[in-house]
Design a protein around this ligand. Sequence first.
Ligand code: CO
Length: 209
Amino acid sequence: MNARLRPAASSESDRPTPRILRMDHVAMVVEDIEAALVFWRDVLGLPLSHVEDVADQEAAVAFLPLDGSEVELAKPTTEGSGIARYLQKRGPGIHHVCFEVDDLEAMLERLKAAGVRLIHEEPVIGTGGKKIAFLHPQSTHGVLVELYQLTPQEAERRRPVARGLVDRARAEGQVMSAAVLGFLRALVHREGDPRADQKDRDRADRKPS
Ligand code: CO
């Protein structure tokens, strides 16, 4: 089933060989985020940073960071998305693994030259402004692989997302755990908006009725 790959030729250009830097995240598809958190957060003990409605993935995603990488729990919010179909077909489980690379374009070129089937031939902008590309499971022994390169623009793009989350949480009057609010508060605070920080503190102090 896996196409035969050609070993990557040594670079003929002056460009340095692109490198894998670290594992960024493992994404799981779940039927119910709260139920999944009972295992991943409460029993296993991974810290939850926040839950985000990720429009471009058509999913609600819980982020559980650990030592520079992350577990993501994604629940489809629409019927027709890739992860919705994955869930219907295979049930909950591991959806993809993501690695950070230092030069995504160069890495895609290298993989293509080696005969790897690419889902994205060029990088696309993913969640939170991340520059990403997916590799086809046909070339990876059945695992959907995401590659990611940190860009200077990523922090810029994340800022409005973080603020939007705090506002939405407030507007919808969601009952959020103190840990989630604490994370959002810290995120906004780092961006230097003390008013938002105070408002969140006020909200966190109020007990849900
Ligand atoms: Co991902």
